[in-house]
Write a protein that binds this ligand. Structure first.
Ligand code: ZN
Length: 74
């Protein structure tokens, strides 16, 4: 195993740490994230207290009634 810790970072690398949400270079405005969206995602994790995947929505029945309208189809 070769441990090249002396290797300097690439010149193209932006200063600061990358966004912990998507990995993009963070901006000063939304530090330490790259955008307000990523900051919101992180905030949601804290509020919910669990790891959630953005985009996944849980469908809940508002009526609460069992969905068996077509029972005579089988
Ligand atoms: Zn991001």
């Amino acid at each position: 195993m070769a441990d090249n810790e002396n290797t300097p970072p690439p010149a193209s690398a932006p200063p600061g740490k990358p966004c912990s949400i998507c990995g993009k270079p963070a901006v000063a405005r939304y530090k330490p994230f790259c955008s307000a969206r990523c900051a919101d995602i992180d905030l949601g994790r804290w509020l919910k207290g669990n790891y959630v995947i953005p985009g996944e929505a849980v469908e809940e029945t508002e009526t609460g009634l069992p969905d068996r309208e077509r029972d005579e189809d089988g």
